[in-house]
Design a protein around this ligand. Structure first.
Ligand code: DAT
Length: 172
């Protein structure tokens, strides 16, 4: 069977992971996997965070659930965190980045307000997820991508599609 790479799309909520991931799956034939949705469907939660009014992800449960699929390859994983996935899963990591004002508007129109909105903007300002990625994976496979405009989206798609095609050629 043809070998295919696993790609991680990560970054602060609202930076455009889902938009990019679904389109990328359409163009490459890789499988799009939204970890937030997976957890919701399987109730893969481990308690409740009162401060943020949201369930706490059962990280081990998610890893167990995905292990078989990931070992086959060809998966695009979308999640706003990355330090609990096994390092061996991914061939490349993309951290999407958005300007604060753009991210603010996107999250506000998603219905975020108050502390939740502020915390997510701070997460982006402090490049929390980028640092998490750099600490969790080999730096050579971690890339930042601008994700502000439709032109950024197209550029990112072109680059990643090309990378995936090249990887498949090189590894088969
Ligand atoms: P995430 O999955 O990271 O939470 P999303 O894909 O749901 O983000 O995108 C959030 C919103 O921003 C959504 O309304 C689509 C829009 N968006 C995503 N990428 C964009 C881009 N490159 N340019 C303009 N808008 C974008």
């Amino acid at each position: 069977m043809e070998k295919r790479p696993n790609v991680l799309l990560t970054g602060t909520p609202g930076v455009g992971k889902t938009t990019l991931g679904k389109e990328l799956a359409g163009r490459t034939g890789l499988t799009y996997m939204n970890v937030g949705e997976l957890a919701k469907e399987g109730q893969l939660y481990d308690g409740y965070d009162e401060e943020y009014s949201c369930p706490i992800l059962d990280e081990d449960g998610v890893v167990d659930e995905l292990e078989e699929k990931m070992s086959e390859g060809g998966v695009i994983v979308d999640y706003h965190g990355c330090d609990f996935f096994p390092e061996r899963w991914f061939n490349i990591i993309f951290v999407l980045r958005s300007d604060n004002s753009i991210l603010y508007d996107r999250l506000e129109s998603r219905g975020y307000s108050g502390k939740k909105l502020q915390d997510n903007i701070q997460c982006e300002i402090f490049q929390t997820i980028y640092e998490e990625a750099m600490e969790s994976y080999r730096k050579e496979i971690v890339y930042q991508l601008p994700s502000n405009t439709p032109e950024d989206l197209e550029g990112n798609l072109d680059q990643i599609v090309q990378w995936v095609e090249q990887w498949i050629k090189d590894n088969n």
